[in-house]
Structure formats: structure tokens, C-alpha cells
Design a protein around this ligand. Sequence first.
Ligand SMILES: Cc1ncc(COP(=O)(O)O)c(C=O)c1O
Length: 389
Amino acid sequence: MTIAENWNKFVAPTYAPPQIKLISGKGTKVYDDTGKSYLDFVSGIAVTSLGHANEEIAEAIYGQAKKLGHVSNLYANSVTEELAEKLLIISGMKNGRVFFANSGAEANEAAIKYVRANKPTCKLIALEGSFHGRTMGALSLTGQLEKRAPFEPLIPKVDFIKPDSINSAKKKLKKSAGGIWLELVQGEGGVNPLAKEFVSQIIQLTKDHFIALVVDEVQTGMGRTGNWFAYQEFDFMPDLVPIAKGLGGGIPIGALLISENFAKVIQPGGHGTTYGGNPIAATSALTVIKMIEQQQLLENVKRQSMLIRTNISQIPGVQVVRGMGLLLGVVLNGDYSKKIAQRAQQLGLLVNAVRPNVLRLAPPLNISSAETTEGIEKLSEAIEQAQDE
Ligand SMILES: Cc1ncc(COP(=O)(O)O)c(C=O)c1O
């Protein structure tokens, strides 16, 4: 039986069949069941930002599990409290609050509730090509018809605007709209950064019509772009910021950062989840933040990003490398990203074919220059081989 056949004997076949089975990992490397090693430029889809089997994270989780694992939100605990305070500091959300969840989709669900509670029965606006998660609310805001269509009817009063079309934005961002969702770099949509001019026009429209600005930083947040959050590069303050992925460094945790103006919109009993901000997950997130600070990883992200951009953009067959920090899209001159990802895997490099003509690179934030160079060399070879086929 193949790996995929074994896997799908018990695991629901909602994903493309897996081709390799991973057994262990260390830092930027993972190892399969044959002992073959791979340089991991996927990081569990932009999650394991401090690499695999990180000793400090493992120690912190172990220590917390032995002390206090889970208490629910009926009681306070000092770890979750400390994480909330730390997140508000790094996000610059003075007097804000944090709602803890377990995933990116759930963080977006919370944002939907804050927006609707703030402006009852309002319209929700998102961008075409966007991705906000697979739960029914987050899916409703996902600007990819093929993902939404099989599950209609979704939540009512959702509308989409074209990325970078200010005319489309002006038509839809009116008083009836309660919130607009933006990914400053559309990750699943193909690592597509929004134009700064478009973003500033959107910000103005939200101010003119009292519309909540929701910046989904699930993929871009927690250092991935070389800033704690991508909006810091654009220099504005959103109203609501869903985060997850890199937050826990591999342990499931999500959160919604809530600005001061929205802090009291939902009152006790209005929203909740049993596991949200669980002390074990919160400890992992605190350790991630501490290590990014201590090892000055935001600077490393910028350095490694430059190394990748400069070298990969020169490879024949590559049109452009776009994105921010270590969330990069390699745009090819044809629809052969899957073929390249396959070749790269054979050469011992994991990359993700996010669109038919785009490869997504999201190595850990603590990757070394030597590993980045090794990844660049393997990817160049994979692109060359795929073109020769
Ligand atoms: C921008 C964005 N929002 C939300 C999500 C959903 O997060 P999760 O898969 O943790 O539910 C993702 C996942 O890829 C994402 O990239």
C-alpha cells in the first residue's frame, strides 16, 4: 500500500494525498520514514517559525504541563495574562484586549462577531482572492468561489471587492458596511502583496464610514514579514487583528487582537471557547516571542529574505519573487509549480506549490545563511530540471 492509501484508510481525504511520511525534525530539517532528510521551506505552512523540535519550546511546554495544563476561562492564570500583555505591546495596541482561540479560522470568527455586534446587521466586505479559513463564517469571507460554492448558503450580507481596485472599494465601502477584511500579503491567494496606495485609500474609506478595519495577520504576523505584524510596515493601526500560525511555534493557538475602541463591544457571555489561551499553548507562544526578541530574528528575516530574492529572481524561468520577509512567492513563467515542488522534494527541499504558477517559500525565521543558500541551490536545480522535462 502507498503512503497515501494507508493515511486515507483512517484519515478523512479532505487534503491532497500525501507522498512522504515525516518521522522527526530538528531545526530547519525534517526526516522521513526512509531516513531521507529535507530542508523545510514550508514550516507546516508558516507555523514552525523557530524550526522543528525546538529545545526551548519543548522545555517550556513540558514545564508548564507539569505545573498547570488547562483550567478553562472560568479562572485566571498568569501565563495567559502575560501573553495577552506581551501581544498588546508588540502589536502597539495600547489599551487593547486579546481574545484567545485555537486557530486562524477561529480568530476570524471572533472578528466577525465583534464587527456584527458593533454594527448590527451590517455588511461584511472582503477581497477577491482572499483566504480567512474554512469554518462557515471565515469561509463566507474567503474570496475564492470554488472553496465557498459547495457549502452555500453561507452567512448573509458578505460582499467582495477586487484587490487594488479603488473603484470597486468605493462602491462597496459605504455606511452599510461594518468591516473590511484585508491580508496585506494574500498568502493562500498566491503570496500577493496589496499595493500601499490601495491600502491607504481603504483606510480612508473605513474612517469616512465608520467601518472596522480587520487585518488578518494569521499568515503574515508574528515576525514572518520582518516586522512583528505586516501593518507595521504600512504604518497604521487596524481595529481587529486575527493571528495564529507562527504564534504558537507549532502548538495550536490563535488570537484576536482588539483595539481600545472595540474592547467592550462583546460583554461576558457573548463569545468563548473552552481551550482558548490554554496555559500550555500560551507558554509556547511566550517562548516564541522571547526567542524572536533575544535572537533578533526580525533582522534575520530581512537578511534571509534579501538573499532569497536576489538569487532566486535571477534563475531563468522565474518572473519575479514577491511578498514580504520570509513569506515569499516565486512567480514562474508557466504553470509548472507542482512539477518543481516535486523535483525539489526529490532533491531534499520542501516548497509549496500555492498556485499553478507560484511557489510559496516560508522557511523558519531563525534559518541560517548557509541553510538559505543550500535551499536556493536546490530550488535552482529543481527549476532547471523541471524545465528540461
Ligand atoms: C490569512 C489566513 N487567515 C486564516 C487562515 C486560517 O487559519 P487556520 O488554518 O489556522 O484555521 C489562514 C490559513 O492559511 C490564513 O492564511
